[in-house]
Every structure is written in structure tokens, then in C-alpha cells.
Design a protein around this ligand. Structure first.
Ligand SMILES: *[C@@H]1O[C@H](CO)[C@@H](O)[C@H](O)[C@H]1NC(C)=O
Ligand SMILES: *[C@@H]1O[C@H](CO)[C@@H](O)[C@H](O)[C@H]1NC(C)=O
Length: 487
């Protein structure tokens, strides 16, 4: 049904006609008040390459880690308010050790070489000359700017063990891509490396890592030292289990018994399922959170992974998501699927600055050029600025709706997308013991996938009894905040 009705009409309908049927709304979604899909921990981003390139840019820290409006590229841009930052422990150094130097893949992209703090195997003491704590200053600077702007949750993650721990001394992977590349006598050294950084960060950077992740897509077969463009390392599942045990011991030994272990950052939901099933009871006991990447997009058994995680009492994050669709359409599709089926308690974008549609802001980490804010950025703002840490994730009642409840503020947040024709969407809050106040304003924000509205706010929507509705052009993503709601 296509309606050309004006917003004024909608406004008066909302105020005066609570008794009229809401048939003007083409689709109705009923928000559940009784689900609990977890307490939200936050939206975030991995630092690594973009922050190692642009880590001195405070305006980028404002955009990604604050909610204030920042001037950027001639526009006034609302901050995304990320509260999670994943810091990448690098694997590269230029020193030689007894005549051996790091082996570099011929296709390596320089901005993807992240500095290692540990330079050689002579000493594991962080105060010895085997460690250089001055490297990687820019990524560290972005980490502390994130914290200063309100980020609360930090993870330390590794893409590859430091080069000299690797069989071929190449931190892009083994020579066939599918073999383990960590030398067996360094299974503990990789754990020592990460635990030492976590301890040093707490003492010297003012950053307490909530969690440490020793792997990145470890079961995948593309970590090839001859063709790789970034750091990476294959670990079979039994080696992962050994390293997890070592990491637990090394963290405990350094007084970091409350630092969580996250694992295994597999590339897909289905790989995460098989890794979890095969990790063994000792390692799964030591993993506090399953981290999974969202690169299976519309495929894979998100629901099965959630069942496994919740059944085992583990937290679950989508710890890495990215694609080249700058319109924001794919991002919304996958966020909706994740909220509905995976039920993560955090969601972390991969590279905030990147080219080819991958960045939230277009840029080149090698040429150090920055470009436009993508439409995907504004689409993500619809979620990240409103679904905040501490909120309870509810069942939005349909595949196009996400709902989150703030029990302190008695506020219900609803984010919905319309991929159908232009139409009204109707939101039914009748399941709540207090469904807001009839006639009350429901502030809304709108972004048009592709191009058009960019996080535009409107004050034209009101509760009508326990419902409200809003006109959604095709491709619109909208956020609503309903006050005075009780479950
Ligand atoms: C490195 O070379 C020195 C001098 O030859 C030797 O004493 C030392 O044992 C070597 N270290 C390793 C770990 O190979
Ligand atoms: C919801 O499901 C319907 C029917 O399968 C589909 O046509 C629609 O595109 C889906 N909407 C979203 C936002 O995924």
C-alpha cells in the first residue's frame, strides 16, 4: 500500500485518533517485553591498521569514540560513541637475531605490518633490551584517546605471533597457508608475549584489557607467507587449545586472573561452531567469551552458535565485521540478522578508515589520505548512538526490528529498516506493563541507505495508546526512543 499522506496528517492522527484502526500501517511489529537476549556491552572497532596510520588525529577519535558532533570534511558529523576498542599486538620488527631477519611476503601491504614489542628471545623480562615499549605509538595514542572519550571495554588481540616465533619467520603465515606457523617450542612464548603486554598496559598505559584473544581466523587456510597482504597465522584446533591453556597460566602468573580469554575469532559462524565443539573441555573452560567474525554475512548458523555459547555460559561477541558496501545496506542486513539470531552482546566493526567501501570513513592507510564519511557510517550511527552499554536486548518481533531496553531511564530503543515499498511501519508496545504515555513525543532519527538522509532527527511522531507508527520510504533506517516504558 502506497500512501502519500502528509506528516501533518500523521501527527493529528497520532494525537486524536487512538481509536482509529492502525490499518494505515502496512506492517506491524509487536515488541516483546519478556525476552532477554543479553545485556549490551557496546559497539566498537578494531584499531590495528587505521589507528597505526591515523592515531594522532583527535578529530577521528571524536568521531568514533564520542557522541558529540564534530566538524569533518566541511560537514557536521555525529560521533558514533563506540565504547569498545580492540588493540592489535603486532608481529613485526626490523631487528635481526643472530643473523636472522623477518621474512616479508612480497605482497605485504606496509600499513598492515604492526610493530612487535618483543624483539628477540633473549629475555622475557619486559624491562630488558629484548623489549621496545616505544614502538606502535600511534595505535596506542588512539587507544588512549578512545579511553579519554568514554570507551570502557578493551581487548588485546593478535593476528600472528611475532615473526621470530614463526616456523618460516614470516608473520603472514606458513608457506602453504594451511599449516600451523607457530614453532612448537614457542607455544608458551606467544602467551608470554600477550600476557606481558596486558600487564604492561595496566601498569603503564592506564588501560586494563578486559580480554585477550590469541588468534585471528586461525582455522582458515589463507594465512600464506608467500602471498599474504597482512599478518596472519593458521592454528589447528588442538594447538589453539594448548595456547589457550598457556595464556591462562601466563595471565594468572602476572596477577591478571580476572582478565578474560576470548576465542577463537573464526571467520564464520559455522567455523566458530566446529572449533568450539572440538576445542576440548580444558580449553573451553578457560574461554570466557566466544568471539566470532561476521564474514558469513547472510549464511551460517548464527542460532546454533548462540545455543552453544549460552548453553556453556559463555559470552558471545561479533568481534569483527566489515564489507565493501558503502551504502550501509549490507551492514543493516547483517546487524539485523545478528541481533535476531546470534544475540551477541557486542558488535565490533573492522577498519574505521579504509578504501574500497570498507571504511566507515574512506581513506588510505598507506598514502595517509582521508576522504568522505560513508553512508554506512550514518547507518551505523542509527544503532550505535542509541543501543548503549547496559541495555537489555529484546525481541523486536520481526526481522526488520531491533529493540533494546534501558531499565534505569525506562526507555525503549527501537531501530527498524524498510526494504519493501514506501510504507508505514507500526510498532505495538502492548506487551509492556507500561507502554509509554499516549500522546507523548517519540523522537526519531532517519538515515536513507545508499544516499539521502544522514541521521536526521525529527520530532513529529507520538504514542497513540500503546502504539506508534512512522512513514518509512523504501531503504529508510529509523531509530525511535520511547520514554516511560516498563517491562
Ligand atoms: C646467538 O649467537 C650467540 C653468539 O654466537 C650465541 O652465544 C647465542 O647462543 C645465540 N643465541 C641463540 C638463541 O641462538
Ligand atoms: C524479512 O523477511 C522477509 C520475508 O522473508 C523478506 O522479504 C525481507 O526482506 C526481510 N527483511 C529484512 C529487513 O531482512
Amino acid at each position: 500500500m502506497k500512501l502519500s499522506t502528509s506528516r501533518e496528517w500523521l501527527f493529528s492522527l497520532a494525537l486524536t485518533a487512538a481509536t482509529l484502526p492502525s490499518a494505515e500501517a502496512d506492517m506491524t511489529t509487536t515488541i516483546s517485553s519478556s525476552t532477554n537476549w543479553g545485556t549490551w556491552e557496546g559497539f566498537g572497532v578494531s584499531l590495528a591498521w587505521w589507528a597505526a596510520a591515523f592515531g594522532s588525529h583527535s578529530e577521528l577519535a571524536d568521531l568514533f569514540f564520542s557522541t558529540k558532533t564534530t566538524s569533518y570534511n566541511g560537514a557536521q558529523v555525529p560521533g558514533l560513541g563506540f565504547t569498545i576498542a580492540r588493540y592489535n599486538a603486532g608481529a613485526c620488527s626490523s631487528n635481526t637475531i643472530n643473523g636472522s631477519a623477518m621474512v616479508v611476503s612480497p605482497k605485504m601491504i606496509p600499513s598492515r605490518q604492526v610493530d612487535s614489542y618483543w624483539l628477540d628471545w633473549q629475555s622475557s623480562s619486559p624491562s630488558s633490551s629484548s623489549w621496545n615499549w616505544n614502538v606502535d605509538a600511534k595505535q596506542r595514542n588512539m587507544l588512549s584517546m578512545a579511553k579519554a572519550r568514554g570507551a570502557t571495554t578493551f581487548e588485546l588481540f593478535s593476528n600472528s605471533p611475532t615473526w621470530w616465533m614463526c616456523i618460516n619467520h614470516n608473520p603472514s603465515g606458513s608457506n602453504d597457508g594451511t599449516s600451523n606457523n607457530l614453532q612448537s617450542w614457542n607455544y608458551d612464548q606467544h602467551a608470554v608475549y600477550l600476557a606481558t603486554i596486558a600487564q604492561y598496559a595496566a601498569a603503564h598505559w592506564g588501560v586494563t584489557f578486559q580480554s585477550v584473544e590469541a588468534f585471528n581466523e586461525p582455522s582458515s587456510g589463507w594465512w600464506n607467507g608467500l602471498t599474504g597482504t597482512q599478518e596472519g597465522c593458521h592454528f589447528d584446533v588442538s594447538t589453539q587449545a594448548t595456547v589457550i591453556g598457556n595464556l591462562r597460566s601466563e595471565l594468572n602468573r602476572r596477577g591478571l586472573g580476572s582478565t578474560l580469554i576470548a576465542s577463537s575469532d573464526e571467520n564464520t559462524y559455522d567455523l566458530a561452531i566446529s572449533t568450539w565443539k572440538n576445542l576440548g573441555s580444558a580449553a573451553t573452560r578457560q574461554v570466557a567469551r566466544i568471539n566470532v567474525h561476521g564474514y558469513q554475512y547472510g549464511q551460517g548458523r548464527r542460532d546454533t552458535l548462540y545455543s552453544l555459547a549460552s548453553g556453556a555460559g559463555k559470552r558471545l561477541w561479533n568481534s569483527e565485521y566489515g564489507e565493501s558496501d558503502a551504502t550501509g545496506r549490507s551492514l543493516v542486513d547483517n546487524l539485523l540478522l545478528d541481533f535476531r539470531w546470534l544475540h551477541p552482546t557486542a558488535w565490533v566493526y573492522w577498519q574505521a578508515i579504509d578504501g574500497g567501501g570498507w571504511g566507515l570513513i574512506d581513506g588510505d592507510n598507506d598514502k595517509l589520505t582521508l576522504g568522505a564519511v560513508s553512508q554506512k557510517y550514518y547507518v551505523l550511527a542509527q544503532f550505535a548512538r542509541h543501543i548503549r552499554p547496559g541495555m537489555q536486548i529484546l525481541d523486536g518481533g520481526s526481522n526488520y526490528t531491533v529493540a533494546a531496553y534501558d531499565s534505569n531511564a525506562h526507555k525503549l530503543v527501537i531501530v527498524a529498516a524498510n526494504w519493501g515499498p514506501d510504507q508505514y511501519l507500526n510498532f505495538d508496545l502492548s506487551h509492556f506493563s507500561k507502554p509509554g504515555v499516549s500522546g507523548a513525543l517519540v523522537p526519531r532519527w532517519t538515515t536513507q541507505v545508499g544516499s539521502g538522509a544522514q541521521y536526521v532527527s525529527h520530532s513529529d511522531t507520538h504514542m497513540s495508546g500503546s502504539k506508534f507508527w512512522s512513514y518509512f520510504p523504501s531503504g529508510a533506517v529509523q531509530t525511535f526512543e520511547v520514554a516511560n516504558v516498563s517491562l
